[in-house]
Write a protein that binds this ligand. Sequence first.
Ligand code: URP
Ligand code: ZN
Ligand code: ZN
Length: 487
Amino acid sequence: MAEFDLVIRNGTVATAADVFSADVGVSGGRIAALGSSLGKGREEIDARGKLVLPGGIDSHVHIAQVSSIGIPTADDFLSGSRSAAAGGTTTLIPFAAQHRGQSLRKVVEDYHGQAEGKAIVDYAFHLIISDPSPEVLGQELPALIRDGYTSFKIYLTYDMLKLSDRETLEVLSLARREGALVMIHAENHDVIAFLTERLLATGHTAPKFHATAHAALAEREATHRAISLAELIDVPVLIVHVSGREAIDQIAWARNRGLKIYAETCPQYLFLTEDDLDQPGIEGARCMCSPPPRDKANQEFVWRGLETGVFDVFSSDHAPYRMDATGKLHAGPNPTFKKIGNGVPGIEVRLPLLFSEGVRTGRMDLTRFVALTSTTAAKLYGLYPRKGTIAVGSDADIAIWDPELPVTIRQENMHDAMDYTPYEGRKVTGWPVTTISRGEVIWRDGAVTGAAGRGRFLPCELSAAARPRGKLPINFDPTSGRLVTPS
Ligand code: URP
Ligand code: ZN
Ligand code: ZN
């Protein structure tokens, strides 16, 4: 009689805290035992020479989403989660994105309809709030938070998404009251609009001018403003997709001030630069995202931020728009940069890129890699310890890595629905050879084996990370209605 459903033997297990040799016993989809010489499993996997890591959590992906200017992502929940499985990711947190005028509850129902029957891996949802009306803030959002949608993204830019500072304060106040975590896309809208108009008026229309229009200064200012607004309300926030030094400096400043500010960065800020937007014709559109990739010096700052703890999470910001009329080129074959869809794909390559260039080069150890790509996202978004670790009782979401496997990234080998990867031809070493979700093998030896629809929705708990600091040194006490000055 087998003692376990599955035993993974002889591997090197890594969590965000430790690296150790152990067998992993799995029963009923959960980790049942960690130890040496565990009893028999109905299925056994020999992981000698391999790394046994928590499955990745990609906590910033756009799937089955229609952008604010009406462009649909290429990936639905089937192709997006197929790509996740093939890249060692076992949990996705995409967005249920509200367009202005829409009921948030209805938006959430629609996204559930998109995911059901398709998702191969488990998923939660962040919300995108573009219309913080009294009804949304007064009724829909508090009820949704209680139903397990405990984080939401707001934008300080994009015509159809941006919130004013006043609206931002209202959203932050609600988040503080309800214990939710707010993610902020921090770029100064008016700076970008001003620069864009001047650039276009002077004939600077090519993709490379997207990087000029989305100046680092615009990101710096909005990051500082987001932090200041959060300080006023005394609520933690997470700054998403930080691109370089200017924003990093603001985050470091806030942390030195004792504020609870979390930060995320993405592969495009380590592996692309603004020069990748400067290609013949329209080709640079492949690497256009917001904020844009910066220069080599900024890449180095992002690396250092990953190593030293400035960044809490490393997500893909997978925003898959094909290089055709369904995606990037929705406005015609030769559009100005303003009319090109923003975003790059990255679900499948997120982990191997960071492993290869981060862990193998000695920039970070395995525990930091696991924290950045899985554990901290689970903690921030209320999924821990069910997800994000290898511990008795946790879901058996595991990626078994061959740390020596050489892979050349090619779109033809990707499992998403895209027609390009910005990392075409890049060589990496190390790739997940087996991905396991709740004890079931969903990716093995180059084949996705998980069935469409097996992925489950994960309601998120309120996260301790979203709790206010509880002291209000220079800001507003919402209970007394007084401004509080430091003693
Ligand atoms: O360019 C990007 N990042 N597009 C996706 C939407 C967003 O703001 O994250
Ligand atoms: Zn964004
Ligand atoms: Zn995004």
